[in-house]
Design a protein around this ligand. Structure first.
Ligand code: 13P
Length: 249
C-alpha cells in the first residue's frame, strides 16, 4: 500500500449545505503529515460542487462531478451539465460509466464521447466498469469488462488522466464485497486488459462497492489496489476518515 492512494467519495444524490460542514473535519485530517499524500476527491451532487470547491480551496482535496454531458459546446440540453461547466464550478475529476448512470441510459458509446469531452477539458476521468449479478452468475464478468473497456476507450489514446474503478454492480449498496482472492485476480485481470489495450504499465485501478471501515482491513490486503471509490461510507466524515486511517498505516 502506498500513501498516495485515491479515496474518492461518491455522494450520489445525497448531501446538503449542512453536510458540507461535516467535511471540514476531513479537510483538517487531510493536512496531517502522514495523510497529506492521500488523494482525496469529493464528488457531490452538481449543485454542491461550487461550495465544495470553495471550502476545500486551501487543501489537497479535489472535487469531481458524478457525470457530464458529452457536448463540449453549450447547447439546448435541459437538465445537463457538460465538462466545461464542471470545470468552471471547480471540478478536477468526473466519474463516468457508473452503473447507476448506465442504468439510466449511459451506453459504452455515450461514455466514450463523454470521456473525450472530459479529457479535452483537462478533467481526470474515473471510469467505472463492472458486471451485474446475472452476468457474474453466467460467468460473463471478463467478457463484459473487456467490452466496457474496449468500447469506452475507443480512439482514446493511452492516458494517465483516466483512473479505473472496478465496481461489481452486485456489491454496490449491498454490504457484500467480493472474496479477497477473487478480487485480487479480478483487479490483476483488469490491469492486464488495460496493458494490452494501451501498453500502459501500472494503470490505476480502484475498487468500489460497499467499502466501509469494517471491511477495509480485508480489502487493503490487495496491495496493488490504487484506492477506493466509496459511496455510503463517505457521507459521514468519521467513517471516511476511518477508512483512510486504516488504509494508510
Ligand atoms: P457504496 O459504497 O454505497 O456501496 O457505493 C459504491 C459506489 O457506487 C461508489 O461509486
Amino acid at each position: 500500500m502506498t500513501n498516495n492512494m485515491f479515496f474518492i467519495a461518491n455522494w450520489k444524490m445525497f448531501g446538503d449545505l449542512k453536510s458540507i460542514n461535516s467535511t471540514k473535519k476531513v479537510i483538517k485530517f487531510s493536512k496531517i503529515k502522514k495523510y497529506r499524500k492521500a488523494q482525496i476527491v469529493y464528488c457531490p451532487p452538481f449543485t454542491l460542487i461550487n461550495q465544495f470547491s470553495k471550502i476545500t480551496k486551501n487543501s489537497n482535496i479535489k472535487i469531481g462531478g458524478q457525470n457530464c454531458h458529452q457536448n463540449l459546446k453549450p447547447g439546448p440540453f435541459t437538465g445537463n451539465v457538460n465538462s466545461n461547466l464542471l470545470k468552471l464550478a471547480g471540478a478536477k475529476f468526473v466519474i463516468l460509466g457508473h452503473s447507476e448512470s448506465r442504468a439510466s441510459g449511459d451506453t459504452n458509446h455515450l461514455i466514450n464521447l463523454k470521456i473525450k469531452s472530459a479529457l479535452k477539458n483537462n478533467l481526470k476521468v474515473i471510469l467505472c466498469i463492472g458486471e451485474t449479478l446475472s452476468e457474474k452468475k453466467r460467468k460473463k464478468t471478463n467478457k463484459i469488462i473487456k467490452s466496457q473497456l474496449v468500447n469506452c476507450l475507443k480512439n482514446v489514446k493511452k492516458n494517465k488522466n483516466i483512473i479505473f474503478a472496478y465496481e461489481p454492480v452486485w456489491s454496490i449498496g449491498t454490504g457484500i464485497i467480493p472474496e479477497v482472492e477473487n478480487l485480487k485476480k479480478q483487479i490483476l485481470t483488469i490491469k492486464n486488459m488495460i496493458l494490452q489495450l494501451w501498453k500502459l504499465k501500472n494503470p490505476k485501478v480502484l475498487y468500489g462497492g460497499s467499502v466501509s471501515s469494517k471491511n477495509i482491513d480485508e480489502l487493503k490486503k490487495i496491495t496493488f489496489i490504487n484506492g477506493f471509490l466509496i459511496g455510503g461510507a463517505s457521507q459521514k466524515a468519521n467513517n471516511f476518515i476511518d477508512i483512510i486511517k486504516k488504509t494508510i498505516i
